[in-house]
Write a protein of this length. Structure first.
Length: 268
């Protein structure tokens, strides 16, 4: 466990304890930064201990208002998650916002379905869906006790339609996560807890997406950008802002919903 502090440009989330999974780079890091800028106490967790400490150095340590803590663990192991939530409660006595962001394609690429192993399928499910179930299960009793909670799951356009990667398990796990979001919204709403989902579009925030982008011809890259209504790829902060909205009291009457943060790529 490591702690540092960050400059706070606003106190919008002052007093709120926010747990963000998958915080070691990319979108998770962007979400941590955005909450810190608005005064929250943020716990960033990831399996990548070294990278998490780099994030801590980069986004912590500027001023003395909001605080950033890191906690390294493998989120596919339920016992680790129980310990993580216990750590948050023991330390901060509450958990206001849970952002289930850890996920991705686990270094996999498309294979014809008949060649996909059960192990590869399960690996993607375990980080993209099981982990969100474990964290929600562990955090729900404390959020119920507070009669307050905001859970935000990060899915993907792949979960609303199909994946550009062609990876079957990824599209399926992300679609499952959207279903989980709706079911949890219904179950937990009576306890002052909302559960919502942000579905990012194409963000060059991780090695897999970067590789996917570089493997495209210039024409294909242009045609992808052209298909996005706002004519640009996403940045981590484009995903962080709808997360902040769902976490705020402006969204207290919204639950079970999915926002596509994709610049108008998929239009429903
Ligand atoms: N980048 C995109 O274009 C894009 C598009 C749609 C959805 N998403 C989703 O957004 C989320 C963040 O994506 P990103 O682009 O920042 O990817 P990323 O790979 O940079 O971040 C995911 C983080 O999750 C962590 N993680 C993976 N397995 C873990 C485990 N078992 N335990 C703990 N941590 C683990 C990784 O170490 C990594 O830091 C993911 O859920 C991804 O599926 C990304």
């Amino acid at each position: 466990m490591n702690k540092s502090v960050n400059s706070s440009q606003s106190t919008f989330f002052a007093g709120k304890v926010v747990l963000v999974t998958g915080a070691a780079h990319g979108i998770g890091k962007g979400i941590c930064e955005a909450f810190l800028k608005h005064g929250a106490t943020v716990i960033g967790t990831d399996i990548l201990e070294k990278e998490l400490l780099e994030v801590d150095k980069e986004i912590g340590g500027i001023e003395r208002k909001a605080a950033f803590y890191t906690y390294s663990c493998d989120l596919t192991d339920e016992s680790n998650i129980k310990e993580l939530i216990e750590y948050v409660i023991n330390y901060f006595n509450r958990i206001d916002v849970l952002v289930n962001n850890a996920g991705g394609v686990c270094g996999q690429v498309h294979q014809p379905v008949e060649e996909v192993s059960a192990e590869a399928w399960r690996k993607i499910f375990s980080v993209n869906l099981d982990a969100a179930f474990y964290t929600t299960k562990a955090a729900a009793p404390y959020m119920k006790r507070q009669n307050y909670g905001r859970i935000i799951n990060i899915s993907s356009g792949a979960g609303r339609s199909t994946s550009l990667t062609g990876i079957q398990a990824y599209a399926s796990a992300k679609a499952g996560q959207i279903g989980f979001t709706r079911q949890m919204a219904q179950e937990l709403g009576a306890f002052g807890i909302t559960v919502n989902n942000v579905a990012p579009g194409f963000v060059l925030s991780n090695p897999s997406t970067q590789k996917q982008w570089e493997a495209m011809s210039h024409e294909k890259q242009q045609s992808l950008v052209e298909s996005i209504s706002v004519k640009r790829l996403g940045e981590p902060e484009d995903i962080a802002y709808p997360v902040l909205f769902f976490a705020s009291d402006f969204a207290s009457y919204i639950s079970g919903q999915t926002i596509s943060a994709d610049g108008g790529l998929q239009l429903f």
